[in-house]
Design a protein around this ligand. Structure first.
Ligand SMILES: Cc1cc2nc3c(=O)[nH]c(=O)nc-3n(C[C@H](O)[C@H](O)[C@H](O)COP(=O)(O)OP(=O)(O)OC[C@H]3O[C@@H](n4cnc5c(N)ncnc54)[C@H](O)[C@@H]3O)c2cc1C
Length: 265
């Protein structure tokens, strides 16, 4: 049996495995957005607000999907707004200018000049978000956000995949990727088991699946959780670390490629 029944997995509960979880004090407000202008629309776009990140994920040339992480009270307000009021609130969230930390700006300017001096981009390029003109009727909803880790992905004859085994905050867009990775590794291992004529539920195969996936999933989950915490506070040292960290990551292609390659396996 493959337990693919999501974060509140009944299969996982029946396995009786330990599940480590904590709630983020965040709801994810989702909607399908109509963009004001038609474009190639191939870039996912995310802005970190004091209340949490707001992300637009491309669907096609005129539509994007929204994931707006915010406090439960704010999420409730957003769900109760009429469609036009919701679009105004979203455009405000995407475009509003917040007071900037002058010390951090000075540091990033200095880091940018050092990067330029060594022949690298200054890592400070800004991309403007698309404007939203409407939302698809009935597409608005909100979901609680949480971290979850099943300490075991296997039991005799049973494996867990996807959110049944692990759950992350959507700020890095990694939930589905982790599940796709589980499926890829599991099908490969089951294929090998079939090919060699062994019992596909043999503990050795299943253990190989669990070990491979936990080695990938747990560090990814912890990184996503750390990112959430790094952006949850406005203390100057944290703002400095994340601003300079992103700037350097943006300037160094090998680091970006390494992160992308980890995210897609
Ligand atoms: C607000 C929000 C935004 C997100 N944004 C992103 C994003 O941008 N990028 C990304 O990669 N991930 C994102 N995620 C995470 C992503 O949605 C999940 O990682 C993914 O859906 C997990 O897929 P899954 O198939 O494992 O579980 P699910 O999608 O939860 O599917 C489980 C299925 O099992 C069914 N089921 C459950 N119990 C039973 C039962 N007893 N009998 C029959 N059927 C049952 C459910 O109805 C459901 O259809 C987001 C999550 C949230 C909450």
């Amino acid at each position: 049996m493959i337990g693919a029944d999501g974060a509140n997995s009944a299969v996982r509960n029946a396995m009786g495995v330990q599940y480590v979880s904590w709630k983020y004090n965040h709801m994810g407000v989702v909607a399908t957005l109509q963009l004001a202008e038609e474009s190639e629309n191939t870039t996912a776009w995310q802005r970190f607000l004091p209340t949490g990140p707001v992300a637009l994920l491309p669907l096609d040339s005129k539509r994007s999907s929204l994931v707006w992480s915010t406090s439960p009270e704010h999420a409730k307000e957003l769900l109760n707004l009429p469609d036009e009021g919701f679009v105004d609130a979203l455009n405000d969230a995407l475009w509003k200018q917040y007071p900037r930390n002058k010390g951090v700006d000075a540091c990033t300017a200095w880091v940018g000049s050092v990067l330029k001096r060594v022949g690298l981009p200054d890592g400070a390029q800004r991309q403007l978000p698309p404007s939203v003109c409407a939302i698809s009727p009935g597409s608005r909803a909100a979901f609680p956000l949480a971290f979850g880790h099943s300490t075991k992905y296997i039991a005799p004859g049973v494996v867990l995949i996807g959110d049944a085994a692990h759950r992350v905050h959507p700020l890095a867009g990694q939930g589905v990727n982790l599940g796709f990775g589980d499926i890829k590794d599991l099908t490969e291992l089951l294929g090998d088991a079939m090919y060699t004529g062994l019992d596909i539920t043999h503990p050795e195969w299943m253990k190989m699946y669990e070990t491979a996936r936990q080695r990938h999933n747990v560090p990814t989950q912890l990184c996503v959780d750390a990112l959430y915490r790094l952006y949850a506070y406005d203390l100057t040292p944290l703002v400095l670390v994340r601003s300079v960290g992103l700037q350097i990551t943006n300037a160094l292609d090998p680091i970006k490629k390494l992160i992308m390659s980890h995210a897609t396996t």
